[in-house]
Design a protein around this ligand. Structure first.
Ligand code: ARG
Length: 563
């Protein structure tokens, strides 16, 4: 209840022994709005004051300075405050309009770094819906970090190393062609990879060929390295097209290969603490003393090759050195839960004081029209196609609603991509959900376009008004705006809660709620009528637009002014 500073001030004056934070935590919303806007229960004071709660409430009301309220009354054991709605309204609108898009910004993080491991697709494969989730959730968490006063560092931990590149090099050299790869890089590389697996079913010796080429790659063979670098570069080009369409950038593209020469320190640290054990020729760390359910972490394979885990250990240490993070978040699907439990367990066995700052942020699975996707079988839904379809659907609706709009194609892109991103973020992070494009790209219902459309509608009212809002003199006496005002007031607290829970859906749900509340008001009132409340109403419209835009900004969804 961020708006209740007046209540806290009034209660503090009559209860000097109670800290304001204690008062705040006791405040409730009355069961019935007719009873008031804020209630303060006196039960817990009864013991200290050795009086009946009813009596305490009655006595306190006598002494409370009522001037800042419509009224304050004792109802049984409760003190019920009726806020001076006009005053709260004016204060709220002033606060929002003074901050503009910075509304909700706080300084909790004091500039500390937050490392975010996000997106992290595997090269030579199309980016999956899972990687899309990691990308957009990671981006929203980065924006939320910034809004809470931290400095986010967005890291794309590309899957650019592993035995599959040996297979790919073999396939390319044996039946591939440069022109074919150049024409359509990821699709072609994926085709070679799928073909390799098909052929290896009949010819298991192909696997040995693949392994041999990966060994060459690890040993720095120039031909192998050149092909790998080329596959990586072509893949990145395609990934970047998608990131550009989503408006997402990264601070680092250090992927798995980057850690090839940084793993000795991991092995050395484990040896120093006597944590490495041999098991069937491989080097492992027993984690049962941390958690009896955890299987051992594999550090080196039988052939001496290092692993995903070893690279992640090296990456964790590197990031601590490089960024001195306050938190290191890994936005990776729930299916890797055990991997991150193991990672944290090893870091804690190494007695690294920051092991607790490492957090896995899991998320649920997206199915596509009810189907799961599998890269190995080659039946993938390409993100590019999803974004193209969303664009087309958005354009169709714009053609219907606003055929004379100037830059339709640009807006359709913002609405289409925004719809896909918003839908992803609106669901609780760990929920699984199904993706049906027709439900996602709609201007009505719980969708991104609905929020965007509400904002555009607010902007259109402000244009029609033809006058600037006078922010120095805001006064609005209109009971119908109260729901919108209290919702606007919730935003700063929402921004905090969303960050602390690592849950962008809290912001998405807030935006939907604000849009709905405002539309209800809009449908029932004449905003542009020329009366003494006109400037106040326009201030409200501008504040709603600022707050919707700030919410969409956190989610990484654009807020077109017309659509
Ligand atoms: N490339 C991995 C995958 O697609 C995800 C990497 C996640 N990040 C990490 N540091 N392990 O499954």
């Amino acid at each position: 209840m961020a708006e209740h500073q007046t209540v806290i001030t009034a209660l503090s004056a009559v209860l000097p022994d109670l800290a304001p934070a204690d008062i705040t935590s006791k405040l409730e919303a009355p069961k019935d709005a007719k009873l008031g806007d804020v209630a303060f229960p006196t039960f817990t004071l009864a013991k200290v004051l050795k009086k009946a709660p009813q009596m305490i409430a009655a006595e306190l009301v006598e002494n409370i300075d009522q001037s800042a309220f419509e009224k304050v009354v004792a109802t049984g054991p409760y003190i019920n405050f009726f806020l001076d709605k006009k005053e709260v309204t004016a204060q709220t609108l002033k606060t929002v309009l003074a901050a503009g898009l910075d509304y909700g910004q706080n300084d909790d993080g004091k500039g500390a770094n937050i490392a975010l491991d996000m997106s992290s697709p595997n090269i030579a494969k199309p980016m999956s819906m899972g990687h899309l989730r990691s990308t957009v959730i990671g981006n929203a968490l980065a924006n939320l970090s910034a809004k809470n006063g931290y400095n986010p560092v967005k890291i794309n931990h590309l899957g650019d190393w592993g035995t599959q590149f040996g297979k790919l090099i073999y396939a390319y050299k044996t039946w591939g062609s440069e022109e074919e790869v150049k024409a359509d890089p990821i699709a072609t590389l994926l085709k070679y990879y799928v073909e390799f697996h098909d052929k290896a079913k009949e010819n298991p010796e192909l696997d040995d060929e693949g392994r041999a080429w990966f060994k060459k790659l690890e040993d720095g063979d120039p031909e192998a390295h050149k092909l790998w670098a080329w596959f990586r570069e072509e893949s990145l080009k395609e990934f970047t097209e998608i990131y550009d369409r989503l408006g997402i950038t990264f601070d680092s593209y250090n992927g798995e290969a980057f850690y090839n020469d940084k793993m000795d320190r991991v092995v050395k640290a484990l040896e120093d603490k006597d944590l490495l054990e041999e098991s069937q020729g491989a080097q492992i760390v027993d984690l049962s003393k941390v958690n009896e359910n955890l299987t051992p972490a594999m550090i080196k394979r039988t052939d001496g090759a290092t692993l995903y885990m070893t690279r992640d250990l090296a990456a964790a240490m590197y990031r601590k050195d490089e960024y001195n993070f306050a938190k290191s978040l890994y936005v990776v699907g729930g299916e890797q839960r055990e991997h991150f439990q193991q990672l944290k367990a090893v870091l804690s066995l190494l007695d690294l004081p920051w092991a607790d700052d490492v957090e896995h942020i899991p998320f649920g699975l997206i199915t596509f029209n009810g189907k799961k996707m599998s890269t190995r079988k080659g039946d993938v839904v390409l993100l590019k196609d999803v974004l193209d379809d969303a664009h087309e659907l958005a354009l169709k609706q714009i053609e219907e609603k606003n055929p004379t709009l100037a830059n339709k194609d640009q807006v359709a892109e913002e609405v289409g991509a925004g719809a896909v991103v918003f839908h992803d973020l609106m669901n609780d992070r760990t929920n699984n959900f199904d993706f049906k494009i027709e439900e996602v790209v709609r201007f009505e219902g719980d969708t991104g376009p609905y929020v965007q459309y509400t904002n555009a509608r607010a902007q259109s009212i402000l244009r029609k008004a033809g006058v600037e809002v006078d922010t120095s003199n805001i006064s609005l006496d209109d009971a119908a705006t109260w729901d919108t005002i209290t919702t606007l007031n919730e935003f700063p607290k929402t921004v905090r809660r969303a960050f602390l829970n690592r849950e962008p859906s809290i912001v998405a749900k807030f935006a939907l709620h604000l849009a709905r509340t405002f539309n209800k008001y809009y449908a029932n009132s004449k905003i542009l009528a020329d009366d003494e409340n006109k400037n106040g109403r326009l201030a409200l419209v501008a504040a709603v637009s600022d707050t919707l835009s700030a919410s969409l900004q956190i989610l990484g969804v654009s807020a077109p002014k017309e659509m």
